[in-house]
Write a protein of this length. Sequence first.
Length: 178
Amino acid sequence: MTPLDFDPIERAEILWERRWGAGSAHTTMAAATSVMRVQQLLVAAFDALAARHGLTFARYEALVLLAFSREGQLSMSRIGERLMVHPTSATNIVQRLAASGFVERLPNPTDGRGTLARITPSGVAAMEAVTAALDEADFGLDALTSAQVETLTSLLRHVRVAAGDFRDEPAALLPEAQ
């Protein structure tokens, strides 16, 4: 990717203020647009790292989700809910993972019409390889100090709570790893 000769968000903020005035939401527009721009940059970088292991970042996320589940398997509806994607997208992700041998699709014993996705040993290996690559790249946030990352995470948590992403209650204790 070739860097632009200017900051498009800074330019948009200036033009926004010119058009709608100093009292307009130009500052919050710039902040929100910055978050979205960083998300696009991070996903592009994560996809490039994941591609080295036959994955996209979305498929990697599904593998992590399965690996974190108690039994290494989840229903399609649970995958869609946790990844915040449409059920059709969750099904597509799982179908592509299954075609690569990273998951297997099983009938859901509690829902005769449903399907479970279970991570396979090759899925675990691919997920671990991408995780190592993301960790080595500091998840694309190596331009920030540890304190800045903590502040960013805290600030974005407030936005997520206000948007209803989750209930703002003390974290549930996780059962000990088995």
